[in-house]
Design a protein. Structure first.
Lengths: 252, 140
């Protein structure tokens, strides 16, 4: 769909492939194999790091335990800032896993030279540059905040749609669609755009010039993981609190 | 680019499984480690604070005891000095009295002897004067 750069194949040092996937057939369902391969690697990294960190937990942390404790405190603070001291504890695993999975996915896409591994079709990349992944995560966030709202207030959760005035009902309903939409497209767009920019620059000038953009890509990847997790926590908080009068600005 | 297929629900399920797994292998144990450490630090801190307060209380107690003791021994020294002074005064007074008495005694003896001497002298004078008178009157 977007492989506009495959014109003179003999000249390209790196090629861009967007929209080419390694399809796996599962029954009569098609799935994107490359997304799952990299996501399994990401999951493997996360689980291995967790096991290494907690296997021999010391009172005075060092090495990987220190790193993972820092990660845990980071996501805990993130959840606490958004959800408040009273509510944040049960949501830490969900929000924390969101952050860690997206963060490691993004950085794996930016740091690991996947192109060295040849696939029959498509190429390995960050799982988050596939729209399926980001939409799946965003829909899970939607389900999570609906669950949070219903488990807290039961059917009274619907009161928030007409809370200040029923005139805003369409906007309130629309918001439930824009939230996952903006979440998924923000993440997908940023990661895909970053990989595309790096790929195009590598295509034009293979050495050194893409480095600043790659660094920027690392930065963006981290920021996007943070934004996604923060917004997920903010949405959940909004559903728990009710009174939709403090809408979070949808950051780009 | 926007081809949705079975990747989406599978990824969602996979993510939920990952979240559950991470909850078991990472969030729960690590939170427990951190909370345990916080408890440990808090209890240790409370313990240390208690001990510090106790030590300070003991130090204060010792200081007051020290002050009391100092006051007591100063009082003792003062009393002993006063006693000693009294004894000294007493002894001096006694000695002076004795000396006075001895001096008076000596004076008395002296006076007595003087009187005795004067008496004997008077007798001798009388005897002599009689002798002289006898000698003179012999001539007549």
């Amino acid at each position: 769909m977007l492989n506009f750069l495959d014109v003179p194949n003999s000249l390209t040092l790196a090629s861009l492939e967007v929209g080419h996937h390694l399809y796996w057939q599962l029954g009569n369902l098609k799935i994107h194999g490359q997304v799952f391969i990299v996501s399994w690697i990401v999951i493997g990294i996360l689980v291995t790091a967790s096991l290494l960190a907690t296997r021999n937990a010391q009172r005075v942390p060092k090495g990987i335990q220190n790193l993972m404790e820092y990660a845990l405190e980071f996501v805990r603070d993130l959840a606490k800032n958004q959800l408040g001291e009273k509510e944040y504890r049960p949501w830490v695993p969900f929000i924390g896993t969101l952050f860690l999975f997206i963060f490691v996915s993004n950085w794996s896409g930016a740091l690991v030279p996947w192109k060295l591994i040849k696939l029959p079709e498509g190429e390995l990349a960050a799982p988050t540059n596939d729209i399926n992944t980001t939409v799946a995560l965003a829909l899970l966030v939607s389900l999570a905040y609906f669950y949070a709202g219903f488990s807290r207030k039961g059917l009274g959760y619907f009161a928030k749609y007409i809370q200040p005035t029923p005139i805003l009902l369409p906007i309130a309903i629309l918001e439930d669609f824009t939230k996952p939409l903006s979440l998924s497209f923000r993440l997908f767009g940023n990661i895909l755009a970053d990989e595309l920019v790096v790929a195009v620059l590598v295509l034009l000038v293979p050495l050194f010039v893409p480095l600043p953009v790659m660094l920027l890509g690392l930065f963006t990847s981290a920021i996007q993981a943070l934004v996604f997790a923060t917004l997920a926590a903010a949405y959940i908080h909004e559903a728990i609190e009710g009174h939709g009068d403090e809408h979070d600005a949808h950051s780009p | 680019m926007f081809d949705f297929d079975a990747t989406l629900p599978l990824m969602a399920v996979q993510f939920l499984l990952l979240a559950a797994l991470m909850n078991v292998v990472f969030f729960k144990p690590m939170t427990k480690v951190i909370d345990d450490r916080n408890d440990y630090i808090r209890s240790n801190e409370a313990d240390a604070k208690e001990r510090l307060a106790k030590a300070e209380r003991l130090a204060k107690q010792y200081e007051t005891e020290l002050a009391d003791t100092r006051k007591a021994y100063q009082a003792t020294i003062a009393a002993a000095q006063a006693d000693a002074q009294k004894i000294v005064d007493q002894k001096i007074a006694d000695a002076q009295q004795e000396a006075q008495a001895q001096r008076e005694q000596a004076q008395k003896e002296l006076d007595q002897q003087k009187q005795v001497a004067m008496q004997s002298l008077e007798q001798q004078v009388e005897a002599l004067s009689r002798e002289i008178l006898d000698k003179l009157l012999v001539g007549i």
